[in-house]
Design a protein around this ligand. Structure first.
Ligand SMILES: [Fe+2]
Length: 270
């Protein structure tokens, strides 16, 4: 069951100056990045986090051994190793990290699960969300959600074909945690599908630059009129790690973040 939002919001009443500063920075960025509406509502920008906090995140990634393979069937290299691993930033998982790392990730989760952050994100992407859910902009902004907040490590040979994201997702956001400008080509692509007599082809409209401290967000759609096609070609000629942070606004989630609502997959939508 969803936790009443008032109760959820009260957990943020404890003063947290650094989180407040990060929150203000991210909200200002969200307001300033341009909204693109073609072929679906999305945005991309750089400078999402204050510089000092961005450096703290890069210096405090969990030990790679603590990450779990996302899907050994889909994301696997010829040598049998996983090419996409993730670390769910739940309170239980954060508690296992070195003490100096814990507050960094707690602050991050605190900020991105604030109701005000969700409202600002949904307001930004409202044109597509109002259509998808058949509700007014005010109702979109007030729509409750569950979360997935996870760190992701992609390595050599990772790829994901054009897809829309499942409709359990409302909004997908991903932050690129690049150490420098040497991985600029590793961003996500936005596609338009062209239907053909037999099957379809995908036109790559743009590829986000994998810049330090950058990120994108989009409204998930998968209707006849609109589909949020995106993907990533094989990370070839690439050695190393592509670190990102996924913040997913969902209808249901098996995981709770900072007291956010938790539902099992079978729970009714709310
Ligand atoms: Fe996706």
């Amino acid at each position: 069951m969803a936790m009443p939002e008032t109760q959820f919001a009260e957990s943020h009443l404890v003063a947290n100056t650094r989180a407040d500063r990060i929150f203000d920075h991210m909200i200002a960025k969200l307001h300033s990045v341009p909204l693109e509406t073609d072929p679906y509502c999305h945005y991309y920008g750089a400078g999402w986090f204050p510089d000092d906090f961005y450096a703290d995140m890069l210096a405090n990634f969990p030990d790679p051994k603590l990450y779990e393979p996302l899907n050994m069937r889909l994301y696997v290299r010829p040598d049998g190793e996983s090419s996409r691993d993730q670390f769910h930033l739940t309170e239980d998982a954060i508690a296992k990290l070195p003490p100096k790392s814990q507050q960094v990730w707690r602050d991050l989760v605190d900020v991105v699960t604030r109701p005000e952050y969700r409202r600002a994100t949904f307001a930004k992407l409202a044109p597509d969300l109002t259509k998808r859910f058949g509700i007014s902009k005010d109702a979109v902004v007030d729509k409750a959600c569950a979360y997935e907040v996870r760190l992701v490590r992609d390595t050599e040979d990772y790829k994901i074909k054009p897809h829309c994201d499942g409709l359990n997702k409302i909004v997908t956001t991903q932050f690129y945690l690049a150490p420098d400008m040497s991985q600029m080509d590793l961003g996500t692509s936005v596609y338009r599908r062209h239907k053909k007599l037999f099957g379809s082809s995908f036109e790559e409209l743009k590829r986000f630059e994998f810049r330090p401290n950058s990120g994108y967000g989009f409204a998930v759609s998968d209707s006849r009129d609109k589909q949020s096609w995106h993907g990533r070609e094989t990370l070839s000629n690439f050695k190393g790690v592509r670190n990102t942070l996924m913040v997913l606004f969902q209808q249901t989630s098996p995981n709770s973040y900072n007291g956010s609502p938790r539902t099992d997959k079978a729970a009714a939508e709310y």
